[in-house]
Design a protein around this ligand. Sequence first.
Ligand code: HAM
Length: 430
Amino acid sequence: MSEKLSTQPYKGTRDFYPAEMRLRNWFFGVIRRELENAAFEEYNGPMLESLDLYAAKSGEELAGKQTYNFVDRGGRSVAIRPEMTPTVARMVAAKIGEMTFPLKWFSFPNMYRYEATQRGRLREFWQLNVDIFGCDGYEADLECILAAIRILRAFGADEQMFTVRINNRRFFNDVIAAVTGEGADAKAISKVIDRRAKVPREVYERDLTALGLTPEKIAKIDSIYNMTVREATALCPDSVGAGELLALFEQLEQLGVDSYCKFDFGIVRGLDYYTGTVFEVFDNAPENNRAMFGGGRYDNLVGLFVKNAKVSGVGFGMGDVTLENFLTSHNLIPASFGGGKKVLVARFDDVPYEVYLKLTERLRDAGICASLYLGQKKFGKQLEYAVKTDCTHLLVLGGDEYARGVVKIKDLAAREEREVPLKDIEKAFD
Ligand code: HAM
């Protein structure tokens, strides 16, 4: 073959070289600590699922247009997961009798979506999923929103930097019915409202008009976008969703985290399975105008798998791409991730190889990150390698040191050197 293969990863995917991997591991470490501290437990599931799983409830855009799928050799229609919620609902359903509800779970799966790639949207991304199963009350919705706020605060973010926009599908449907009259297609209207920020105003008006809304009704809906939660819920005070919204906002106020949150009638979410509270977290930096987190309550997903099962869920997904954009825009990524000591053992010809091997293994046994220089190069090259690979210390054990039973430790940052007895080397790093 004369043409060389491309070194580029597939469109919309990324290679994670060690530097990128370090960053991702740092993200996940901060998030994992925060969620475990709030008593969430980690789970995972397969990357391949039956295509039917998404066809049922994920909505036409995700299931029909964005899912990578194929027929396997056994004739099964298989999807590469575009989202985690159907998988986690399936897992809960499969062991429903053994579970102690409410469950508080999280996961960091990678997802694939055939999307037009753009800032904040790729074809492969990692998505934190946080979900609570088996609590029908707004308390679980609140717990998820608090987890989202805690996660961003753990990175040093404040209320100037992000906003949690909250609505409620039950409330939304009741308001649309009240404004447009019975018989209006609330689902189709919700899709137009969901796309509102992404299309020109004329397209929004044209689509609502096509669904039978008069200019007066469109104006009425417009007026709700700027309302506070109390003003909006007064429009439909008997709506169950209005009660849920008010209870939720009251507790957010009590906890003093309402400054991070805003009622937003324009948040309806594109996925079909949401039934109650819905929310998205937005980055307030103008260059990152996409949702970082999206989620909500879905009362009927587990019921797709188990007849008559009534286990509700609520949760959210957060992508690593938008999180990284957020942290970069707000200068929240530290210069280094507080790595510990990393020792390189230099190698010289006049000392037997096994002496170095044993020394390196002793350091590792003591829990010190250590590596023996691989190969035989001049000392200068070994020192350069240590500096370039972020080693904190270089150990020098040449013929002279070996004869005296000592090792030289070079502190590469402080540019200092000291000698310690070879037999006590582990203690030198206490
Ligand atoms: P979603 O709104 O489709 O919801 O995605 C949630 C988040 O995943 C988005 O806000 C964004 O951060 C990230 N995301 C989505 N698509 C992409 C993409 N192409 N590239 C990069 N990041 C992306 C769901 O997936 C729901 N299953 C979330 C959920 C969990 N609801 C309840 N539990």
